[in-house]
Structures are given as structure tokens and as C-alpha cells.
Design a protein around this ligand. Structure first.
Ligand code: URA
Length: 197
């Protein structure tokens, strides 16, 4: 591990592992939400709005995610949200396998610190990255597998990406069902009641 990781903030600074992303980013976008959350949502990579504001899922996909969370009885403030890759790829392309691999050590550290009850993979890229196999996200949405990207066996629930519902409204129900399953798994609320004490 390098010294770009800050164990206090669960944040990364000054990382230059991916030259193309260093070029395209205006900042590194770290995860947000309680460091004690029971649910850790993992998206693909920051988009334009996230890069501008320095927070994951604050653009159009973030609005969809917030609505889906609320409909499932979860508050965004109670869950942790991060991405496979912390820098915006040029033209919003998918992060490459090499870029995901470069950022994995940070995700691993975030997972170890948060110790969530359930990881939720938002879309095909994170699902395949975390599960280490090809995933048919619509067919497998709501299924729970085991994280293979790191040494720890975190349970990973597959979900469609919130943005998928913007292009295909038929995906809304699929997203909602996955969020409901996630809420059920942690007894709703997103943050363990033990964390309050
Ligand atoms: N899409 C993602 O996968 N992550 C974000 O942070 C925003 C949009």
C-alpha cells in the first residue's frame, strides 16, 4: 500500500497510478456516508457532476439512486456510497480493468474500515469487478454472491445501475426490487442500531 490513503477520512490524495485519469479528473472523488454503515454501495466511476462536486452519485444517477433508496425505506445519509474507480474517466468511458485494479487497494481499505453487512454492486462494471466473473445484471439483480476481488468474503448484492432506468424505464422495477432486497438484508435503515452506542 502507498501513502495516498488516509485511514481517518477513508480518502485518497495525490494518487497518480492511472495517467489517463489523472489527465481527465479535476479531483479524486472519495466515498461518502457513515464509516459504520451496514450497506456499502459501489458504483463504476465518477461522472461529470461527481467530478465537479467531489461526491459520488450526485448527478442524474444520484437522483435516481436517492429515490430508489427512499422507496425501499433507506436514507442516503445512513448508507455509504463509493466507486470502483475514484477519478472520472475521459468522456465518461468505462474504467479499464487496469484502472479498476489500480484503485482496488483503496476499495479494499474502505471495505475493511467500514465492515459493511452487505455490499451492493450498482451495475455491470462493479458487479463483474467485485464478483470476478461475467454478470447478467438484469437477470441477476437481487442475487447475492461473494466478493472475489479481495481476500475477505463480503456478500455482494447485484443491482442494475441507476442510470439504466433513465434509458430503459422498465429497469425501474428491477432497481427497486434490488434496493428492497438490500434493505431487507440489513433490517432496513442502512446503519446498525449498535452504531449509535
Ligand atoms: N455513476 C457511477 O457509477 N458513479 C457515480 O459516482 C456517478 C455515476
Amino acid at each position: 500500500m502507498d501513502d495516498n490513503w488516509d485511514a481517518e477520512t477513508l480518502g485518497v490524495s495525490g494518487c497518480s497510478r492511472c495517467p489517463a485519469l489523472v489527465e481527465s479528473r479535476s479531483r479524486i472523488v472519495d466515498g461518502t456516508g457513515p464509516a459504520t454503515a451496514d450497506l456499502l454501495f459501489v458504483g463504476e466511476a465518477p461522472g461529470e457532476t461527481e467530478d465537479e462536486r467531489g461526491e459520488p452519485f450526485v448527478g442524474r444517477s444520484g437522483d435516481v439512486l436517492d429515490d430508489a433508496l427512499r422507496d425501499a425505506g433507506l436514507a442516503r445519509a445512513d448508507v455509504r456510497i463509493t466507486n470502483c474507480v475514484r477519478c472520472r474517466p475521459p468522456g465518461n468511458r468505462d474504467p479499464t480493468a487496469e484502472e479498476r485494479g489500480n484503485c482496488l487497494c483503496y476499495l479494499e481499505r474502505e471495505l475493511a474500515a467500514v465492515d459493511p453487512e452487505l455490499v451492493v454492486a450498482l451495475g455491470k462494471v462493479p458487479a463483474e469487478h467485485l464478483l470476478g466473473r461475467s454478470v447478467a445484471v438484469t437477470a441477476e439483480a437481487g442475487d447475492i454472491g461473494t466478493l472475489s476481488a479481495t481476500d475477505d468474503n463480503w456478500p455482494v448484492l447485484v443491482s442494475v445501475h441507476p442510470a439504466a432506468t433513465l434509458y430503459d424505464p422498465g429497469q425501474r422495477d428491477v432497481l427497486s426490487a434490488a434496493m428492497e432486497r438490500a434493505a431487507e438484508q440489513v433490517g432496513s435503515g442502512g446503519q446498525s442500531t449498535f452504531d449509535a452506542f
